[in-house]
Structures are given as structure tokens and as C-alpha cells.
Design a protein around this ligand. Structure first.
Ligand code: DQA
Length: 144
């Protein structure tokens, strides 16, 4: 059974409350429960932290055993060399996800320190981006 973890970074605990015009009105917990039901054959887990070090610790913890990590590092995407190094250090493939289209927003959101170390990037299609990342990991497991 595939093991996939979704890691959300800072302020993503406020989905459904925070800047609804950008991030929508669904909270992540209810989205995640629906995703879990949809992918009942997958060991799907979820971790969220507002702290850079906690995100790094989680990547180290799961990064040698998971089949895939779906990572929305929030604003750390645009600032964190340490998370970029953590992604490079582990063996699990990482897909970077953003709910919003970061390229249609402020210039400081156009650069990701993480993308270079990721398998791919999905952005701008709302919460469905997480599902597509999961789907992509499952597809590559089946075809490899
Ligand atoms: C985000 C985009 C980031 O620029 C921002 O800091 C976030 C959320 C997104 O999912 O669209 O917190 O990663």
C-alpha cells in the first residue's frame, strides 16, 4: 500500500478562514477527510506546522519511508534554503503544491527555493492540486 503524506506549512491551518478570495472557504481538515475516503487504498497522512524546524523534522522522519510527500510550505517556499536542503537530503519524491497561482501574485511569490529539489510543482488550481499530486505519485508507482 502506498504511503503518501501531505505537509502544510505556515498559516495553512487557517484555510477556510484566511483570505477566502484567494484560498477558498473550505477548511483543510474536511478536504483531507474526503481525500482519505476517495483514496481508501492509500495510507494517506497529514501534518501541518507553522514552524520551519518542525517541517524539516517531519521531512526527515518520513522522507526515507514514504512513497511521496506533497508539500505546501506556504511562505517558506519563497524563503527557506533549509527546507530546500531537507528535500534534497531525503529519498522520497516531493511535489510542491500551491493553492493559488503564485505567478499571478506579488513578484516575491514567483521564486521557489524548493522547486529545484522537487519532482514537480502544481499551483493555481485550488485544493484539487493536493489530489492531483497524490494521483501523480500513484500513477508513477503503477508505471515504474
Ligand atoms: C501558498 C502561496 C504562498 O505564497 C503563500 O505564502 C501561502 C500559500 C498557496 O498555497 O497558494 O501561504 O503556498
Amino acid at each position: 500500500m502506498s504511503k503518501i503524506i501531505i505537509i502544510n506549512g505556515p498559516n495553512l491551518n487557517l484555510l477556510g478562514v484566511r483570505e477566502k478570495g484567494i484560498y477558498g472557504d473550505q477548511d483543510f481538515q474536511s478536504y483531507f477527510e474526503a481525500l482519505r475516503k476517495q483514496y481508501a487504498g492509500v495510507t494517506l497522512s497529514y501534518f501541518q506546522s507553522n514552524h520551519e524546524g518542525a517541517i524539516i523534522d517531519k521531512i526527515h522522519e518520513v522522507g526515507f519511508s514514504a512513497d511521496g510527500i506533497v508539500l505546501n510550505a506556504g511562505a517558506y517556499t519563497h524563503t527557506s534554503l533549509a527546507i530546500a536542503d531537507a528535500i534534497a537530503a531525503v529519498t522520497a519524491p516531493v511535489i510542491e503544491v500551491h493553492i493559488s497561482n503564485v505567478y499571478a501574485r506579488e513578484p516575491f511569490r514567483h521564486h521557489s527555493y524548493l522547486a529545484k529539489n522537487c519532482k514537480g510543482v502544481i499551483c493555481g488550481i485550488g485544493l484539487d492540486g493536493y489530489r492531483l499530486a497524490v494521483e501523480s505519485f500513484l500513477y508513477s508507482t503503477q508505471t515504474s
